[in-house]
Design a protein around this ligand. Sequence first.
Ligand code: CA
Length: 226
Amino acid sequence: MRVLVVEDEPRMAALIRQGLEEEAYAVDVVDNGRDVLLWVQSAEYDIVLLDIMLPGMNGLDVCRQLRAEGFNMPVLMLTARDTLPDKVKGLDSGADDYLVKPFAIEELTARMRALARRDSSDKRTVLSVADLTLDPATKLAQRGDQIIELTAKEYALLETLMRHPNQVLSRDQIIEHVWDMAFESGSKLIEVYIYALRKKIDAGHDVKLIQTARGLGYRIGDYETD
Ligand code: CA
């Protein structure tokens, strides 16, 4: 999952980035309201975390602008304000949820998982394809009765594939959701992580779930179409 964090306070931004990266999110940070539109046009963000008090343009106006321009990703407002009128204003500007600072990173990520479910037609808390399951809360995969531990990036890659079962995702689509702006587009990282995932998910199983669609990208599914 790719997250845009809009936060002008460097320490708070660094704390959020660290907390979310530990939870396998790909994180980009922007420190003012005016540039948000440019960022969401340049990458496909799964969720935006939006501070209200920002230089350039405040979070309420940023949120209204995003919605007016047709961006439908979940927006979670992060703010020091906790009065009722501010909460109402935040939600009425088009935000989906509201979290008052200071907050625990565990509550932030739980709300982000809830927003991802709300954004999807699939409301199950655990993703599944054939005999493979993946739990976004624990980051553990399970194939049959075997529990599989994943690194943060392996988890992020598998989650992206499993949110689109039996669908080919191009390298670019995968990069958009798994890596942040620091990713070098020519790198072979995707191939490296696909290889690592195959060893953990498919080795020793007759049915190979992670499939390569030559020249197109990758797919996870339990049937061969080629
Ligand atoms: Ca602020």
